[in-house]
Write a protein that binds this ligand. Structure first.
Ligand SMILES: Nc1ncnc2c1ncn2[C@@H]1O[C@H](COP(=O)(O)OP(=O)(O)O)[C@@H](O)[C@H]1O
Ligand SMILES: [Mg+2]
Length: 314
């Protein structure tokens, strides 16, 4: 097991930006997304990381990007460590053994695209912010229309929807993304692009939820990002990772309440019992919680891809 990586520095390159989990470098017309082992819960990044989580996220994304390539072009140039190292050196990085070891398995090199200002969310189940909106509109008692989508009344929390739906959201620079309707997506993106990302998102979801079900996992909902590259729409960012998707254990599925998070439940339960007020900084996660969570990420990878993570034997 490797030491968790909380921050990525590459001598000779300056970091472009950091998300909650990934550190990003821009290299002319390419983008390097490096997944760290940081974990966030209740929107706060915890002070300690989950060993191997970054590698799981990158490799799982890479796996899914390959699976969906028949349907859509993606931003991926390569996730191969040696190839990426060669390119990084060309861009002026000086890569010693420690840096190479730290980067191993967690890098995704993509073409730099013009990201669309909309998160493309597909939901097959009534959970999270959609459940909150459904309840607030009185959906438990009558049919409702949410962001232009008609939903039957009387559904339980976590119920399977009659058919998967596209619920785009704005990209909030701070705080939570806001659900918007197709109507607003069209005004942000134009009709043609909005239709294209809706159709692509629904198609990718349909395909990947069937594959997830074969692994005994329910892909309740997921978020895609698209961008334009040389005039064409491509799938960018990460795809179908536990960080961008809600996976549930199918054998434990019980609608009528919120379902345990496949990957983060140990962390959430521990935090809820810790008395933490949900303001940053978060408390240090104890070693057993870290190890149980690490197991879940590795297990997700193994179940969804059918293979072991290459670089991280126990
Ligand atoms: N191929 C790409 N070209 C340009 N931008 C990209 C590409 N892939 C991902 N991005 C952008 O990189 C950023 C990744 O940020 P992320 O790590 O997800 O942070 P956050 O925690 O804020 O979501 C997003 O703004 C996403 O749109
Ligand atoms: Mg993101």
């Amino acid at each position: 097991m490797r030491e968790p990586v909380l921050e990525v520095t590459i001598p000779g390159l300056s970091r472009h930006t950091s998300g909650k989990v990934r550190d990003i470098f821009l290299l002319d017309d390419a983008i390097l997304l490096v997944s760290t082992d940081r974990i966030s819960a209740f929107d706060v990044v915890m002070p300690n990381g989950i060993p191997d989580k970054g590698e799981v996220l990158t490799q799982l994304s890479n796996h899914w990007f390959s699976c969906v390539r028949p349907f859509i072009n993606t931003h991926i140039i390569s996730c191969d460590d040696s190839f990426i190292a060669m390119r990084l050196k060309e861009w002026g990085a000086s890569l010693d053994t420690d840096t190479l070891a730290m980067l191993k398995g967690r890098c995704m090199l993509g073409v730099k695209a013009e990201p669309l200002p909309v998160e493309c969310v597909v939901r097959g189940y009534l959970a999270g912010s959609l459940w909150a909106e459904y309840k607030a509109e009185g959906g438990e008692h009558r049919d409702v229309i949410l962001h232009g989508i008609k939903l039957p009344g009387g559904l339980n929390e976590s119920a399977e929807l009659p058919t998967p739906i596209f619920t785009p959201a704005t990209k909030a620079t701070s705080g939570h993304d806001e659900n918007i309707g197709m109507h607003e997506a069209v005004s942000l993106l134009g009709q043609k692009t909005a239709d294209s990302v809706r159709d692509a998102s629904l198609m990718i979801y349909e395909y990947t939820r069937i594959r997830s079900a074969r692994a005994g996992l329910i892909l309740a909902d997921t978020k895609f990002e698209f961008g334009f590259h040389n005039g064409s729409l491509i799938l960018i960012d990460e795809a179908l990772t536990p960080d961008s998707s809600r996976y549930w254990e199918a054998s434990m599925y019980a609608p009528g309440k919120s379902q345990p998070s496949y990957d983060k439940q140990f962390v959430r339960d521990w935090l809820l019992n810790s008395g933490w007020n949900r303001e940053p900084p978060g408390p240090i996660l104890p070693a057993d919680i870290v190890m149980q969570t690490r197991r879940k990420y590795l297990e997700a990878y193994e179940r969804l891809t059918g293979s072991q993570l290459q670089n991280s034997p126990d």
